[in-house]
Design a protein around this ligand. Structure first.
Ligand SMILES: *Cc1c(COP(=O)(O)O)cnc(C)c1O
Length: 363
């Protein structure tokens, strides 16, 4: 059986070792006589799985004790509403930086509940950069300040964080969670849909500072209230059991096989470096993002010819490099090179691009 190199932005590749372990344990999880898919979420066996998943996430990400970890459903998109519903409880103002579609969707949702303010936007250049932020323009009494840390569609990433003082910084880290170390203490809330870099779809991880829990608006639905989930250990209702189990296997892989997030970062820098070096020297392809804001995870690129872009995507797929088509809103190509993409996959992609370039450049 040949596995392809899958450059999908999400759902995306999982480490082969994780898939093999899941396959081995599919019918009989550790002598329980059941699949993890089948067992009660209230069982002792499952309780050990969810507790271990949380403990591993805390260890791998070095999450301080004054933060809760919540395993929720509804995707990152549900958090666009949950954040204002839980945090817009003081001045009912919040600052947003619009660096792409996901940030914009979050902003629009917040504007339904309070006074959401756009501090800066990079819409003027198709979100190909992260705006320079001036703290003098921030709302002093905002309930929170919101960013999308890694912009999956456009391939940009914050390499420095905004200085928000006492205003809690909230970040969507869906497409960069676990890709490198992050100082959790700089944030009020970090959250991520799991299907990019952690697990299959169905799980949303929310890491929230204790003091931000327990002040939800009256209109906040019970299922969106962080306090409900914190008080019930993410077991207020049935959690996404199997996805949490896969996340546990992925975290074990990061801890034991990779050796933690510093090592993960070094591998990711190597992969992204190979691709960006090639793009910077190519006569046919070019990256679309300003250099200083480039993402480690999502690398968009183009040729200057739409037909050639389409041909590249087609021929790449035939050669076993799948899902390289750019997001429908931007066109071109995008290679998402999350944690599970092996170095070898990027090496082979670059070799394939080089051969394509030689065939299609006239000199
Ligand atoms: C994929 C993605 C989302 C949307 O996630 P869902 O789980 O599908 O709601 C939001 N933000 C970012 C940065 C993403 O990459």
């Amino acid at each position: 059986m040949a596995r392809v190199y899958n450059f999908s932005a999400g759902p995306s590749m999982l480490p082969e070792k994780v898939l093999r372990t899941a396959a081995d344990e599919m019918l009989d999880y550790k002598g329980s006589g059941q699949s993890v898919m089948e067992m009660s979420h209230r069982s002792k066996t499952y309780d050990a799985i969810i507790k271990e998943a949380e403990a591993l996430l805390r260890e791998v990400m070095a999450i301080p004790d004054n933060y809760k970890v919540l395993f929720l459903q509804g995707g990152a998109s549900s958090q666009f509403a949950a954040i204002p519903l839980n945090l817009m409880n003081g001045s009912r103002k919040a600052d947003y930086v619009i660096t792409g579609q996901w940030a914009n969707k979050a902003y629009k949702e917040a504007a339904r509940y309070g006074d959401a303010h756009v501090v800066a936007s990079s819409a003027d250049k198709t979100f190909s950069y992260i705006p320079k932020l001036d703290p003098a323009t921030f709302t002093k009494d905002a309930d929170y300040f919101y960013i999308c840390m890694n912009n999956t569609i456009y391939g940009t990433k914050y390499h420095t964080l905004p200085e928000t003082g006492n205003v809690p910084l909230v970040a969507d880290i869906s497409s960069c969670i676990l890709s490198e170390p992050i100082d959790v203490s700089k944030f009020g809330i970090l959250y991520a849909g799991a299907q990019k870099n952690m697990a299959p779809a169905g799980l949303t991880v929310v890491i929230v500072r204790d003091d931000l829990i327990g002040h939800a608006l009256d209109i906040c639905p019970t299922m969106f209230n962080y306090q409900i989930h914190a008080d019930n250990g993410s077991m207020f209702n049935t959690p996404p059991c199997y996805t949490i189990y896969i996340a546990k296997l992925v975290l074990e892989w990061i801890k034991n096989d990779i050796g933690g997030l510093e090592n993960m970062k070094a591998i990711n820098e190597k992969k992204a470096g190979m691709l960006y070096d090639f793009l910077d020297n190519s006569k046919l392809f070019r990256g679309t993002v300003v250099k200083e804001d480039r993402s480690l995870m999502n690398v968009p690129f183009v040729t200057d010819d739409d037909e050639l872009n389409a041909l590249f995507v087609k021929e790449a797929e035939q050669a076993g490099f799948v899902n390289l088509k750019g997001h429908r809103s931007v066109g071109g190509m995008r290679a998402s090179i999350y944690n599970a993409m092996p170095v070898e996959g990027v090496e082979k992609l670059v070799a394939f691009m080089r051969a394509f370039e030689e065939k299609h450049t006239k000199d």
